[in-house]
Design a protein around this ligand. Structure first.
Ligand SMILES: NC(=O)c1ccc[n+]([C@@H]2O[C@H](COP(=O)([O-])OP(=O)(O)OC[C@H]3O[C@@H](n4cnc5c(N)ncnc54)[C@H](OP(=O)(O)O)[C@@H]3O)[C@@H](O)[C@H]2O)c1
Length: 264
């Protein structure tokens, strides 16, 4: 299937690892010119630069002007933007709502919600000026399934889901489609990094992080397929939504959770 992404300019936030890296790779493989913004350039991203038209921008998107810097770098380099993937998001394991102070609420909202607000605000004029395009927001099942363990992150993802719909309503008539992908657990550093969620689940169950993500998480979370998702699977969906093949899809949320959400 030709995704018709050849030579399109695509910006991906938080693309040095995990889902963002997989999205950057899938976009690059589809022929897009990719601009990735994250704080550090991972070895995998450096390797990807060898075979794709990929620009790395070192930027902290939690900072007020980080989004402007990323979008400026993309337009300086390519003169246009066709696709924006708001992938950045972050959570920390919480014991209780009562332990999360204002600073932490603000940090999680800055990373998970306001980074998308600011990047979209900076990028949208370019998408509109260049005849339209697509925005894909990487949300989470937690937008609809708020977990106490990620109480602040769940609320931020709910806000992102809501924003996706509002943006799609306003900008569809001007040629910009806005959709969300809502993954359940995905095998990324979010889970697997030292001190990540796999370690927390493993400590509670008295087992290893590997067993936690492969067996305990799918069981505890009721994932019908019996496994968590792989980053590439999320990336394939996001890239399809970014492509002209999804030309009449907007304001939609696509869950990829192996059947974790049980309601219709
Ligand atoms: N993994 C899951 O189970 C899961 C499930 C549902 C939804 N999601 C969502 O999917 C998205 C990606 O998650 P992931 O699991 O791939 O995350 P991840 O493995 O933790 O990777 C996060 C990415 O964001 C970058 N980043 C972190 N802080 C940043 C900052 N201040 N400024 C710029 N870049 C920053 C990191 O690079 P640097 O450290 O180099 O900055 C990295 O590239 C997030 O929105 C997450 O909420 C993930």
């Amino acid at each position: 299937m030709d995704l018709e992404l050849s030579d399109k300019v695509a910006v991906v936030t938080g693309g040095s690892k995990g889902i963002g890296l997989a999205v950057a790779e899938a976009l690059g493989d589809a022929g897009a010119r990719v601009v990735v913004g994250s704080r550090t350039e991972s070895p995998q991203l450096t390797a990807l630069r060898e075979r794709c038209d990929l620009t790395f921008v070192g930027v902290d998107l939690a900072e007020l002007h980080g989004a402007d810097r990323l979008i400026q770098a993309a337009t300086d380099r390519h003169g246009r933007i066709d696709v924006l993937v708001n992938n950045l998001g972050a959570a920390a394991p919480r014991n209780s709502f009562l332990d999360v102070d204002d600073t932490e609420w603000q940090r999680v909202f800055d990373l998970t919600f306001f980074s998308a607000v600011r990047t979209t605000r900076a990028a949208l004029p370019h998408l509109l000026a260049d005849g339209g395009g697509a925005i894909v927001n990487i949300s989470s099942v937690n937008a609809r399934l708020p977990f106490p363990m990620v109480v602040d992150y769940s609320a931020a993802k709910a806000a992102l889901r809501n924003l996706t719909k509002a943006l799609s309503e306003e900008f569809a008539p001007r040629g910009v489609r806005v959709n969300a992908v809502a993954p359940g657990p995905v095998r990324t550093p979010f889970w697997t990094a030292p001190g990540g969620f796999a370690d927390v689940v493993a400590a509670e169950a008295g087992t290893t992080a590997q067993v936690a993500v492969d067996e305990i998480v799918p069981r505890q979370m009721g994932i019908s397929t019996g496994r968590i998702s792989e980053p590439q699977e999320v990336a394939d969906l996001a890239v399809f939504l970014a492509s002209a093949r999804a030309g009449n899809i907007t304001g939609a949320e696509f869950v990829i959770d192996g059947g974790q959400i049980k309601t219709t």
